[in-house]
Design a protein around this ligand. Structure first.
Ligand code: ADP
Length: 277
């Protein structure tokens, strides 16, 4: 569904994207994980025809992002990070106006469908100012779904939401993929990438340094990690291995050790020597 081949972009002397390649299948939830400045937004801007690559190519549904922007725009829905809803209008009015502007067919029927999809059917007459943060985020998703896009892009889907609301949102994102849509999201939340994505591409300084399912990425480190911590709570060392080995190391090291399961941050640390957050 989405193909990215050796894509490059340089601002000044700094490569924002330095030869990135991957493909995403239909119905897949694919996450781009990386710290600020890794190149995630640049990649999304290219795939939505807002920035031209300096080199390489990318296509969605077989349409090139440089030469066929019109086709891409009808295939992709973008869920922005910022809340750009009309605050004084109701849920339904927001969807109606957006749908009219974008010439959505069978608009009333689509509004019913997207409200059900994001579990906001009972709030259709509520004014936006009366909605919680999580509901506003769901309404923005509903709006992106109105045109029934084949692919949906999320930029940091749950930034600023508390953990419980975040989980609700993940369920909605998963549901959009189960209905056959391809989902591409950017995140710097390890937990979000781990819980939500079928596959993850880890970006660092414009390069894709790892690609695979969360489980396959953790395999690169080993299933368990021992954190050695000094008296001031500073991390001294990570040691990875099997569960038995990790417990054995922790026993031998006595104080200041915790044994835990490996997470994607450990993968990033192993590959770059730096932390994501
Ligand atoms: P991320 O989304 O992962 O935080 P970005 O794609 O925004 O990363 O940025 C990648 C790199 O490209 C950063 O070094 C950033 O400063 C640089 N960059 C991004 N957009 C521009 C721009 N319009 N002009 C100059 N530099 C930019």
């Amino acid at each position: 569904m989405i193909e990215v081949n050796d894509i490059r972009k340089t601002y000044g002397k700094v490569p924002a994207l330095d030869g990135v390649s991957f493909s995403i299948a239909r119905g897949e939830v694919f996450g781009l994980l990386g710290p600020n400045g890794a190149g995630k937004s640049t990649l999304i801007r290219m795939l939505t025809c807002l920035t031209r690559p300096d080199g390489g190519s990318a296509s969605i549904g077989g349409h090139d992002v440089v030469t066929n922007a019109a086709a891409i725009k009808s295939l992709v829905g973008v869920v922005p990070q910022e809340n750009n809803l009309d605050r004084d209008l109701s849920v339904e009015e927001n969807l109606h106006i957006y749908g009219m502007l974008h010439r959505v067919k069978n608009l009333s029927h689509r509004i019913d469908e997207v409200l059900a999809e994001v579990e906001l059917s009972d709030r259709r007459d509520s004014v936006v100012t009366s909605l919680s943060g999580g509901m506003k985020r769901r309404l923005i998703i509903a709006r992106s779904l109105l045109s029934d896009p084949a692919a949906l892009f999320f930029d940091e889907p749950s930034i600023g939401l508390d953990p419980q609301i975040r989980r609700q949102l993940w369920e909605i994102v998963r549901r959009t993929a189960r209905s056959g849509r391809t989902v591409l999201l950017t995140t710097h939340y390890i937990e979000e990438a781990d819980a939500l994505c079928d596959r993850i591409g880890i970006l660092a300084k414009g390069k894709l340094i790892a690609l695979g399912s969360p489980a396959a990425l953790r395999e690169m480190v080993g299933p368990y990690v021992v954190d050695r911590i000094d008296d001031n709570g500073r991390l001294l060392q990570h040691i990875s291995g099997t569960r038995e080995k990790a417990h054995e190391i922790a026993r031998n090291l006595e104080n200041g050790c915790t044994v835990r399961k490996t997470n994607l941050e450990d993968v990033f640390v192993k590959l770059t020597g730096e932390r994501i957050e």
